[in-house]
Design a protein around this ligand. Structure first.
Ligand SMILES: NC(=O)c1ccc[n+]([C@@H]2O[C@H](COP(=O)([O-])OP(=O)(O)OC[C@H]3O[C@@H](n4cnc5c(N)ncnc54)[C@H](OP(=O)(O)O)[C@@H]3O)[C@@H](O)[C@H]2O)c1
Length: 234
């Protein structure tokens, strides 16, 4: 597996990269901060199986040219690209009346437009590889909407729609597109306080397991949408 995982410096993306590397995969991770990318690469290299390879690119998914250059580097380093995990995402939790243009654009441009940029640039490489996977990490917030999360819910609902439409476009090119919709996952994303009990939440590894399960599906099978939530509420 030759993969690009956007937003692989921590949380769900890091866990997905780690799981791929444990099976001998070649993985590029991305993130906005050079220091965090370097730190993640060091940590990921420790758990990589023989033959696995991990590289990093400091690039914001909103930067189309930078992202395209990173994808080209992954292809030239690994030879091909067969797996794209669109994971990078942010949330802003404020009511619409008080939401700034900047906050709106940060969420929509990262969670939706960034996925478009990465997907469009990757499809020709996946076709050249004879097919592969595009897995989009959406959210249950893309179906179950809630107050003070309009930008986030809209971005993830848009991502669910985007995933299904592109799935229909490329399925006959042996490219499988799946949308994973997690509920609450215990990562830095939700800015938990130290005293908060998060033991009821999913872990990043739970989401990585879903992704690895998808990648193991036989060629004839495409679970195109997966909802996953904690088995119990708080
Ligand atoms: N945690 C949850 O409860 C939950 C539930 C459902 C869905 N999700 C989704 O799961 C995905 C991962 O979330 P997480 O919980 O793992 O969050 P996280 O721990 O905050 O990690 C987010 C990752 O995305 C990267 N990132 C953020 N903005 C970026 C940008 N503009 N360009 C490139 N990389 C960017 C971050 O790297 P840098 O900061 O280094 O750039 C980091 O690696 C997101 O799409 C999120 O919406 C999370």
């Amino acid at each position: 597996m030759n993969a690009l995982v956007t937003g692989g410096t921590k949380g769900i993306g890091f866990a997905i990269a780690e799981a791929m590397l444990a099976t001998g995969g070649k993985v590029m991770i991305t993130g906005r901060d050079e220091g965090r990318v370097k730190q993640a690469l060091t940590a990921l290299a420790k758990s990589a199986a023989t033959g696995a390879q991990v590289i990093g690119a400091t690039v914001d998914v909103r930067n189309r040219e930078g992202l395209e250059a990173a994808i080209d580097r992954a292809v030239s380093t690994f030879g091909t690209l067969d797996t794209l995990i669109n994971n990078a995402g942010v949330g802003t939790f404020v009511d619409v009346e008080n939401m700034s243009d900047e906050a709106w654009h940060q969420v929509i441009d990262t969670n939706l437009t960034g996925v478009f940029y990465a997907t469009r640039a990757s499809i020709p490489h996946l076709k050249r590889a004879g097919g592969g996977w595009i897995i989009n990490i959406a959210s249950l917030a893309g179906r179950n909407y809630f107050a003070n999360a309009a930008a986030y819910c809209a971005s993830k609902a848009g991502l669910v729609a985007f995933s299904e439409a592109v799935m229909l476009e490329v399925r006959n090119d042996n490219i499988r597109v799946s949308c994973v919709m997690p509920g609450s996952v215990d990562t830095e994303f939700s800015h938990p306080t130290k005293s908060e009990d998060s033991s009821w939440k999913l872990t990043a590894d739970d989401i990585a397991e879903v992704v690895m399960d998808l990648l193991r599906h036989p060629k004839r099978s495409l679970p195109s949408k997966v909802e996953i939530r904690p088995s119990r509420t708080k």
